[in-house]
Design a protein around this ligand. Structure first.
Ligand code: NAI
Length: 451
């Protein structure tokens, strides 16, 4: 009998299992494929590995701007993919070792929740039954694949791809159509643009990068237009077949011929076929309903990560898993969804936390918005020839605390956690003015914006 069975060994599940084991709970993780989930195996980490190679290649191409001459820089895509596999292997192995050290049991197989009784829950995997007093469901998400004409066949014959197949491509497509200008679409477009593909991004909205601060998503679009990406906004994709992506724009039927088409139009929680109905866990629009304490509708059953359909980011999953375990142990911990940072690892990077100009307006918040150029940072100028990054800070006018911070420019991905602390702890402008920022760094622009 386990104290806790965790279904799914992605970031939410593996991190929660370690916390639970450290707290003395006898814990079992049931994983269908590989520890690390989408994040380690076909998401965050492989993408970042590819994008780092692209960044080095971009630097090589533009090295003359910095007084360095590289002749004949070229990309070896097969080698990039090989290195990505090595990175994944190392990290997945690392997770396995950590769980072993923490004393977590791991079983590989597809889990099916069978029943609940007064003593707890029964879960079947790999032909065996396991029992526990508590359950944590961390089954993640799958790519959303709407019934677009021809999509099913195109996925089967390899013309259409999700993030999974795109990351495994052995050759660089000459022409790539990206359907969906969100985070996955933009990061993959960024890589294949750097390595020489002709890219078309078809986005149904009138802007890219979803809920990102609009001024910043417009800047990112301009930056990538300069690099040659074609953005087609307001496009309604009608079919993906026969090597062609067809769409409607302003009432006109148009199409683009391509070697490959990436479909990245969001993700759906993975809740089918795991036996939720056997114990009565309530779902809404396909995702498990949870509260801020990560409780589901069934006492003793928690859920964390993409499966709740809330903020589909690995670090949200980490946090939710930790909150769930803390509450199982009698705590009263909750997730503050308003201070979760997010990053788009394009070049330049985009990073955000908290309210945007648009969300503050929609909520009727009275905010002061300060916009400063990253060129206030000496390091930014030294390292970004022709760079044009900005930082935007939203300050609550009444309490003078930071409620949102948004950046476009490199190192934004590493700076944003500091901003998340400011939002989470409701730091006031006067508190931030007292901080010492190291010089010369790009983070110094936050200090500049406070005076
Ligand atoms: P997304 O929600 O970020 O973007 C999907 C985009 O597709 C939206 O802009 C939407 O308007 C558009 N769209 C939807 N239907 C469409 C259609 N029929 N035709 C054209 N456009 C359409 O979803 P994405 O990029 O697939 O990413 C999935 C999840 O993975 C997200 O939750 C994202 O946050 C996460 N992720 C996070 C990363 C990061 O933190 N750096 C990296 C990659 C993914």
């Amino acid at each position: 009998m386990y104290d806790l069975i965790i279904i799914g060994g992605g970031p939410a599940g593996y991190n929660a299992s370690e916390r639970a084991a450290h707290a003395g709970m006898k814990t079992l993780v049931i994983e269908e494929k590989a520890l690390g989930g989408v994040c380690l195996n076909e998401g965050c980490i492989p993408t970042k590995t590819l994008l780092y190679s692209a960044k080095i290649y971009d630097y090589a191409k533009h090295s003359a701007d910095y007084g360095v001459n590289f002749q004949g820089a070229s990309i070896d895509h097969a080698k990039v993919v090989e290195r990505k596999e090595k990175v994944i292997k190392m990290l997945v192995g690392g997770v396995g070792a950590k769980l072993k050290k923490a004393g977590v049991d791991v079983v590989y197989g597809k889990a099916m929740i069978k029943s609940k009784s007064k003593d707890g829950f029964t879960v079947e995997a790999d032909g065996k039954e396991y029992n526990s007093t508590k359950l944590l469901i961390c089954t993640g998400s799958d790519p959303a694949l709407p019934p677009i004409d021809g999509l099913k066949d195109s996925l089967a014959n390899g013309f259409a791809m999700t993030n999974r197949e795109t990351l495994a491509l052995k050759e660089i497509p000459q022409t790539l159509v990206v359907v969906g200008g969100g985070v996955i679409g933009l990061e993959m477009a960024s890589y294949f643009n750097s390595v020489g593909s002709k890219i078309y991004v078809l986005e149904m909205l009138d802007h890219i990068a979803g809920p990102t601060e609009r001024e910043i998503s417009d800047m990112l679009k301009k930056e990538y237009e300069k690099k040659g990406i074609n953005f087609i906004l307001g496009a309604k994709v009608t079919s993906i077949k026969d090597g062609k992506v067809s769409y409607e724009l302003d009432g006109k039927a148009l199409s683009i011929e391509a070697d490959k088409a990436l479909v990245s139009i969001g993700r759906r929680a993975r809740t089918q076929g795991i036996g939720l109905e056997n114990i009565g866990v309530i779902t809404e629009r396909g995702a498990i309903v949870t509260d801020d304490y990560c409780r589901t509708s069934v006492p003793g059953v928690w859920a964390a990560g993409d499966v709740n359909g809330k903020v589909m980011l690995a670090h949200t999953g980490y946090k939710e898993g930790e909150v769930a375990v803390a509450n199982m142990l009698g705590g009263k911990d909750r997730v503050n969804y308003s201070s979760i940072p997010s990053v788009i690892y394009t070049n330049p990077e985009v990073a955000s936390v908290g309210e945007t100009t648009e969300s503050a307006k929609a909520k009727g918040l009275d905010v002061e918005i300060k916009t400063v150029t990253l060129k206030l940072s000496g390091r930014y100028i030294a390292e970004n020839e022709g760079g044009n990054g900005i930082l935007k800070i939203l300050i609550d006018k009444k309490h003078r605390n930071v409620v949102g911070l948004h950046m476009i420019g490199n190192y934004a991905s590493e700076i944003i956690y500091g901003a998340a602390i400011m939002v989470e702890t409701q730091m006031r402008v006067t508190d931030i003015q007292k901080l010492v920022f190291p010089h010369p760094t790009v983070s110094e622009v936050i200090r500049e914006a406070m005076f």
